[in-house]
Design a protein around this ligand. Structure first.
Ligand code: AMP
Ligand code: GLY
Length: 424
């Protein structure tokens, strides 16, 4: 089979490394991929949102299957375009991707179907939003309706902060049209859990749970980032919590999307908070999370491509989806300065293949120089994942491998997994 994977970050590298294990795969193209992904796939210089060019490429290269990984092309309808040309895909249609593409949509869906989530109000004019934050309880959470590169959520500790957030999103248009509407919601407290799931609209199979570490610095200090590391499984996601999530959140969401005529096929991501009143949905994503995927897929024992094809064919009930009973830890190595400005172009050296580091190293922000050197080219440069029987061992193995990866100005958190280990 000839496969296209759309996207070019650590998540896509993890997906490609997994798909490569399938014996029927002859060729994988990454659009656009990156300098590290080039070790595992042929990278083609077509951006993930150049929809027409992607479809043209897939048609002219006799592609058998496409995996659309990032949110933007999914929300823009790339899966519909590819499927209308007869190219089967992994990923939701445009109608279903709205579950991530519009927070107003997802909040209304949850309200209509009784799925637990934070209380909220939706606003399409700044005046009404300003009035609301005069009297609502504080802290309060202000969210741009549409996609905003993970930056559209502001936790306002004061009315002043809330007003500034409304101004920046709705009036200054910090995220463009994504800020035409906003959701203002109740501030929830509790540990966060990410659960990715495979679903074909009939069956939903949760993957191993995970925990993201969004803040830039140790002890959850510093700015929010795209994610500085992950562990799996998440110890706060007990059997009991999992059962409640399945009955009150996962299956009701799948059924709700069907009832709305928006059958979701692909990876449905549940961002959950385990509050004192039980698990609640913080957000849905219509795709694999990053860096969650970098711990989840290394623990998947079954064949990823087979599962994906079962999702596409709506035969997920026949798929084998088995996870390793162990644990995984992924430490993101970033460029110093991220998520602010940073320098790039430094050479990356990885541990030799035959070293005792057996890590999965997933490259996100890197490019190849003319003479074939791997150079840093982004904020989050790469993720180092190790698996082991216990979380403790996975963490120490991951940091051991991190110590064997070098590039100037490298920066990473030294406490990935520490909070998980503290859970009794
Ligand atoms: P998102 O970009 O939607 O993943 O949100 C970013 C982060 O904001 C989440 O991971 C949470 O830590 C936090 N967050 C979002 N909504 C709420 C809420 N209602 N209460 C507390 N924290 C929230
Ligand atoms: N790690 C969160 C996300 O992928 O949106």
């Amino acid at each position: 089979m000839k496969i296209v994977v759309v996207g070019g970050g650590g998540r896509e590298h993890a997906i490609i490394k997994s798909i490569k294990k399938n014996p029927n795969v002859e060729k994988i193209y990454a659009l656009p991929g990156n300098g590290g992904i080039a070790m595992d796939a042929e990278c083609v210089d077509i951006g993930a949102t150049e929809l027409e060019r992607i479809v043209e490429f897939a048609k002219s290269n006799d592609i058998d299957y496409a995996v659309v990984a990032p949110d933007d092309p999914l929300v823009m309808g790339l899966v519909d375009m590819l499927e209308s040309e007869g190219i089967p895909c992994f990923g939701p249609s445009k109608d279903a991707a709205i579950i991530e593409g519009s927070k107003a949509f997802s909040k209304e869906l949850m309200k209509k179907y009784g799925i637990p989530t934070a209380e909220y109000e939706i606003f399409d004019s700044p005046e009404a939003a300003y009035d609301y934050v005069e009297t609502c309880s504080i802290p309060v959470v202000v969210k741009a309706d549409g996609l905003a590169l993970g930056k559209g959520v502001i936790i306002a500790e004061s009315r002043e902060d809330a007003k500034n957030a409304i101004k920046s999103i709705m009036e200054d248009k910090a995220f463009g049209k994504s800020g035409d509407m906003i959701v203002i919601e109740e501030f929830l407290e509790g540990p966060e859990v990410s659960v990715l799931s495979f679903t074909d609209g009939n069956t939903l199979i949760p993957m191993v749970s995970s925990m993201d570490h969004k803040r830039a610095l140790d002890d959850d200090k510093g700015l929010n980032t795209g994610g500085m590391g992950t562990i799996a499984p998440n110890p706060y996601y007990t059997e009991e919590v999992a059962e409640i999530c399945r009955e009150e959140i996962f299956l009701p969401t799948m059924i709700a999307m069907n009832r709305e005529g928006r059958r979701f096929k692909g990876c449905l991501y549940f961002g959950l908070m385990i509050t004192k009143d039980g698990p609640k949905v913080i957000e849905y994503n219509c795709r694999f999370g990053d860096p969650e995927t970098q711990v989840v897929l290394p623990l998947l024992k079954s064949d990823l491509l087979d599962i994906m094809i079962n999702v596409t064919n709506e035969t997920l009930d026949e798929a084998e989806v088995i996870f390793d009973g162990g644990a995984a830890c992924c430490v993101i190595m970033a460029s110093n300065g991220y998520p602010g400005s940073y320098e790039k172009g430094y050479e990356i050296t990885l541990p030799p293949d035959d070293s005792d580091a057996n890590g999965n190293i997933f490259i996100a922000g890197a490019k190849l120089s003319d003479d074939g050197k791997l150079l840093t080219n982004g904020g989050r440069v790469l993720g180092v994942t190790e698996t082991a029987e216990t979380l403790e061992d996975a963490i120490s193995k991951a940091y051991n491998t991190v110590s064997k990866v070098h590039f100037d100005n490298a920066f990473y958190r030294s406490d990935i997994g520490r909070r998980a280990l503290m859970k009794k």
